[in-house]
Design a protein around this ligand. Structure first.
Ligand SMILES: [Zn+2]
Ligand SMILES: [Zn+2]
Length: 93
């Protein structure tokens, strides 16, 4: 350990983002390197994808990207607001 820093290089094995073991490949959704133990296979169209267990727990086994979830968070208050506006308009009659 003579001042040797742990370098992230292209030729060395990429550590798994979850457990630190040698990664098998990047997650299809968040692009984090994951090993075989920390990923699950999911079907995206006709192709099989490997996604990390974090993404699997977060968004099920669909390949819907994060923005779709964010979009639903934005859309929900708009729908609630629209219902409130309609209810108020109906009450004011
Ligand atoms: Zn792992
Ligand atoms: Zn992931």
């Amino acid at each position: 350990m003579a001042g040797q820093l742990q370098r992230v290089s292209d030729d060395g094995p990429v550590p798994c983002a979850l457990c630190g073991a040698e990664a098998a490949g990047p997650c299809a959704r968040c692009r984090k390197p994951v090993c075989g133990d920390c990923c699950v296979l999911t079907e995206g169209g006709s192709k099989l994808w490997a996604i990390c267990t974090t993404c699997d727990a977060r968004g099920g086994r669909s390949l819907a990207p994060g923005w779709a979830i964010v979009l639903s968070w934005i859309a929900l208050p708009i729908v609630v607001l629209a219902v409130v506006v309609v209810a108020l308009a109906w009450r004011s009659r």
